[in-house]
Design a protein around this ligand. Sequence first.
Ligand SMILES: CC(C)=CCC/C(C)=C/CC/C(C)=C/CC/C(C)=C/CC/C(C)=C/CC/C(C)=C/CC/C(C)=C/COP(=O)(O)OP(=O)(O)O
Ligand SMILES: O=P(O)(O)OC[C@@H](O)CO
Ligand SMILES: [Mg+2]
Length: 239
Amino acid sequence: MLTERMKTWRHVFKLDPNRTLSESALEKVCTSGTDAVIVGGTDGVTYQNSRDLIERVAEYPVECVQEISAESAVVPGVDGYLIPVVLNSGSLRWVVEAQQRAIRKYGDWIPWQDVAALGYVVLNPESKVARLTESRTELETADLTAYGRLAESLFRMPALYVEYSGVYGDERMVRAARRVLENARLFYGGGISREDQARAMGREADTVVVGNLVYQNPEAALESVRWVKETEANGVSRD
Ligand SMILES: CC(C)=CCC/C(C)=C/CC/C(C)=C/CC/C(C)=C/CC/C(C)=C/CC/C(C)=C/CC/C(C)=C/COP(=O)(O)OP(=O)(O)O
Ligand SMILES: O=P(O)(O)OC[C@@H](O)CO
Ligand SMILES: [Mg+2]
């Protein structure tokens, strides 16, 4: 089950099918000791560029999962599929509609044991994902923790994803969200570029996602695996 495997993820890389990565850089990413490689992005994601990148990652022993942002880009045969649900979106399209349309299309073909929902709360108003999904990013701590409880206890989601895509986020927000979760995992992603940031979010979150750094500073991106894994998460460990 994908949801079980996700419980072992401390550090993951998110690779964007719409960006170029040399074979030597990809090899380093995939053999870095990271727990999984997520293939996904917001814009310019197609079936072709997703399949190309997934096939390249599949050459390495690391777990590879596709994060689906467009119904047309679904690649069959991947280890797992992450389905974003943007809880603070201003449009139903990104909460249930796009997902319902895709389920209608793929129906019996969906390998549910290898599918997991990610309850996103998008907090960087300047990010592509915030703009696309018209996310309501002006949230207080209490709003975020309520989304956390909604995701975990009402929707029974396996993970809450605090998403600051492109900028380093507010550690207090992440800590508050983590505190109210008992079973769901807390994913943090956004703007990790330095050791202190990787360690700080490594303390607050269960799973730390590193994206842009792979393209901006590959050496630091590789180091981020160690920075996160050496750091103990504050949360009670759950299995
Ligand atoms: C055999 C077979 C066919 C198997 C497959 C079956 C299967 C798994 C079918 C899919 C079922 C399903 C429910 C699919 C969901 C479809 C869908 C379109 C859902 C909507 C997802 C959504 C809310 C998208 C909005 C954007 C979003 C949240 C994207 C996630 C990634 C993200 C936040 C990237 C951020 O990075 P990026 O913006 O690229 O960062 P940069 O600015 O640095 O580029
Ligand atoms: O690209 P960065 O800013 O590292 O963010 C990672 C991930 O949360 C994006 O969905
Ligand atoms: Mg992108």
